[in-house]
Write a protein that binds this ligand. Structure first.
Ligand code: AHG
Ligand code: MN
Ligand code: MN
Length: 328
């Protein structure tokens, strides 16, 4: 018997019709899917073409940019612009907000075209992550940098693995897999498991001595109850947490012996990393907080590349650490 899996686009058309929505979002998602498939293609063939090395420039965060980051960024920009639906975009790879269809666009897109760049030279999993907010259609638009709570959707591709996870505001978090025709298929609704048996803890353990004392204490008392996994790509690490439960954390670094290496605001970027996974996590039944124990979805960005600490995953763990952070 032939088996036909439902494609992402088919799923989305049904979704938009069920919720009485326009097709604008579909057109936007089509451009995001086109970008992801192209990134996937370049990434798979990059090792052969020698484009997985360093590009020799630095990005706005002062880190090395690899050729793949540039390629991925250009691809996403091209397809977003072509969609005609995007007012402004924010990319990790560009200092300034990128104007697109400023008059007629409907959406703001915040994206990290290539997350987990240290995996690139190894051809190991990286992410393409994005958050989407909608323009205020009634009246003048006065702000373009929205808090996670105002996203209408967020998602991530794990490349070249071929998985795509997308969350809709108040309509769940869904995962798809790429098939041999390069279609994302087989929607599966994600829900964080309640039982702790599969839970995992994920963080860069090389930094553990530099965290706030209360965070170190919590880790010392709790982490051994769970499996430990760390891939070095938020998209990949969070992908596991979403399936298995537990918590991913990238705390603030406040006790480094070399004070220049402290990161009191954390490392990850609010708009296109932390809020993206926090939004997906909430739709899968979990939550996220920042270093002050605030719900991460309530943190309003003051600038496009704002950093934040991140604790994201199963509700009970995030609530516990959140309570501790609010007191410390
Ligand atoms: P990017 O490659 O977009 O700069 O992001 C890297 C981020 C994130 O993916 C990952 O979770 C984290 O940096 C890893 O940082 P460490 O190398 O400090 O563990
Ligand atoms: Mn990133
Ligand atoms: Mn990146």
């Amino acid at each position: 018997m032939l088996q036909f899996e439902q494609t992402f686009m088919d799923f989305l058309i049904e979704h938009q019709e069920r919720f009485n929505r326009t097709y604008h979002f579909l057109i936007l998602m089509n451009s995001i899917l086109n970008s992801a498939k192209r990134i996937q293609f370049y990434y798979q063939t990059g090792a052969l073409h020698g484009s997985l090395g360093l590009a020799g420039s630095v990005n706005v965060q002062g880190e090395d940019v690899m050729q793949m980051d540039d390629i991925a960024n250009e691809l996403v920009k091209h397809y977003l612009r072509r969609s005609g639906r995007v007012v402004h975009a924010v990319s990790e790879e560009e200092e300034e907000i990128i104007p697109m269809n400023v008059e007629g666009g409907r959406y703001f897109v915040y994206y990290d075209p290539m997350d987990g760049s240290s995996n690139v030279p190894h051809n190991l999993p990286i992410g393409f992550m994005f958050g989407i907010a909608k323009r205020n259609l009634e009246g003048p638009e006065d702000f373009h940098l929205r808090a996670g709570r105002e996203y209408i959707a967020s998602g991530m591709f794990v490349i070249p693995t071929g998985t795509f996870t997308l969350a809709f505001r108040e309509a769940g978090c869904w995962r798809f897999h790429i098939d041999e025709t390069m279609n994302y298929v087989k929607p599966t609704r994600m829900a964080l498991p309640e039982g702790r048996r599969t839970w995992e803890i994920s963080y860069n353990s090389a930094n553990r001595d530099y965290y706030d004392a209360a965070v170190q204490k919590w880790l010392a008392e709790n982490e051994r109850k769970y499996a430990f996994r760390y891939m070095g790509s938020l998209a990949g690490d969070f992908h596991r947490i979403l399936t298995n439960g537990g918590m991913f954390l990238y705390p603030a670094i406040v006790n480094h012996p070399d004070p220049k290496k402290n990161r009191p605001s954390g490392k990850l970027r609010l708009m296109y990393e932390a809020a993206v996974v926090a939004f997906m996590c909430r739709e899968a039944g979990g939550s996220a907080v920042d270093e002050r124990g605030r719900d991460l979805l309530d943190v309003a960005p003051e600038k496009p590349h704002q950093r934040t600490a991140l604790y994201v995953g199963s509700g009970p763990l995030v609530e516990e650490i959140g309570g501790i952070l609010r007191k410390s």
